[in-house]
Design a binder for this molecule. Sequence first.
Ligand SMILES: [Zn+2]
Length: 85
Amino acid sequence: MALEHSWLWSIIEVLKRTHHLNNIQIGNFNDEPPPIAIPHNCPKCSSQIEKIIRQYRETNNIHLFDELDCECKEEWKKIIAKYID
Ligand SMILES: [Zn+2]
């Protein structure tokens, strides 16, 4: 299955669903060896959301993601719906 690219929305979704397991560690996007595809959203929200993911790593506060939204989220939902159905 070939997704166009990884979305930060997908990462946030995984974090929300796994947060109760405690201590979920997500790698930095600049890990070595570099990831093949760096997750991103649209140009409008990517840097803001990357910043919040960094804050989450430091604080482990899942509510940082509560208020996030962007017009690209609807696009992401359509894309993942293809794979879920
Ligand atoms: Zn966006």
